[in-house]
Design a protein around this ligand. Sequence first.
Ligand code: HEM
Length: 528
Amino acid sequence: MSLRFLPFFDSISISEGLVAMVTICIVYILLQKSRVKIPEGLKQLPGPHSLPIIGNLMELGWNPHLSLTAMSERFGHVFKIHIGSRPVVVLSGSETVRQALIKQGDEFAGRPDLYSFQYINDGQSLAFSTDQAGVWRHRRKLAQNALRSFATLKGQTPEYSCALEEHISKEGLYLVERLRKVTKADGCFDPFRHIVVSVANVICGMCFGRRYSHDHEELVSLVNLSDEFGQVVSSGNPADFIPFLRLLPSKTMKKFVDINNRFNKFVQKILREHYETYDKNNIRDITDSLIDHCEDRKLDENSNVQVSDEKIVGIVNDLFGAGFDTISTALSWSVMYLVAYPKIHEKLYQEMMEKIGTGRTPQLSDKTNLPYLDCFITEVFRHSSFLPFTIPHCTSKDTSLNGYFIPKDTCVFINQWQINHDPDQWKEPSMFNPDRFLSEDGVEINKTEAEKVMVFGLGKRRCIGEYIGRSEVFLFLTILIQRLKFSSLPGEMPDMTPIYGLTMKHNRCMLTVAPRPGFEEFCSESLH
Ligand code: HEM
């Protein structure tokens, strides 16, 4: 007998299965007996019937964003499922999610204590750990300040408006050369493999003051392993909710633990080097600024929250991790859409030629001049919804939403995919159509429509890297579109099927590029 219907787990023996099931049955019956009392005036959460032991795991299937969207049509925008015996509230619908994350922000700002989260950043993660509200708020503020300072710092030469623009621009130009060289040598390339190193170099520049070669084995293998990471920390991973599954052999879980260990070791080594060479009068990067903060004051004066040095300097681990996977996934999807929709690719190129031409490298300030590109990026975010759920949330106290009672410490999934494909909000939601965001006169993006798209979360836990994320996706893409034409290999169609995870990836594939007129020569200025 096997438990192969449960995602992520390999076969187990009948006796192991029976012992585990009996134990879970007893726990399930005990839990049923201690059902929560609903305060007067509030309703019990609706939701599907659940099975003992596994809850609604079977209905979640391999694509929880789709199955939970289908359930929201049956049960409404607030409903409850069980994963194992643990209740999980699922929120969808723009209004409901805004009410929870903005108007009742404090009540929904916690993180649940999920099994897989303890392995991330040694359990000290800013994004995934169950830090108390005061500690989390203090660390989040520090991280926001550090990102702001090092993104807006002056570039090394006056041609760049800021350090962020300089990092992206240099890496973008290098990526163009790299893709051309690989195409010339091999005839094709795997876009994610190269994009992820360029993107990682931008955040490495800000966090660690260094970049890595595209042939640096340790970095390349580390950043190319993010698929397994995303699969385990995605919303609905069975082992997070059903304790006995953790005892079973799982290759994915083993890989996940291994990735986290390697990642932590990689960052620890850089931290050690920074401590050894730290000079108060020469703050080189975000790591130095965090060390400096620890040296200056160990106590948060505003909230009197004591935060250890380890937790402060460990913030850099979160920034590095969050800073490459999300953006490279967005860029990789963007390139896939260019290949799948060649007419849109041409229209973007024409806009680029009219507004920028071939005489200079695009800049961040070009964004308002390139409304069609802005609409394209927004439509990639909406259509792919490559972050189908936010990181899971948790209620910090007993609360209610839309008249339903939700107890303290309830795990909450926010279905961003549903919001971005809601037929009540979007005309033909499954169509890829950047024009849906263009203003009536066609000269700018319709901001009201664009703000309906949800990919960075909302409210207290909203992504702190949104400005950097949007800037990188925009500037990398302008540089790529100005200089390269992307195509699939003859006779092949791009496979746009998403693979479920915290960030959904497309299947790895091979593409090819040709230089655009004016960029036939290899550029000698780019980095090496
Ligand atoms: C296209 C790029 C990006 C997307 C789509 C994205 C999306 C998200 C989402 C959906 C969340 C979870 C929000 C929630 O739980 O409600 C998040 C959290 C977070 N993001 Fe991003 N992100 C991006 C880039 C970045 C970058 C570049 C950084 C840092 C350099 C970053 C740092 C973080 C951090 C630290 C959190 C945790 C915040 C907290 O728990 O308080 N992100 N992001």
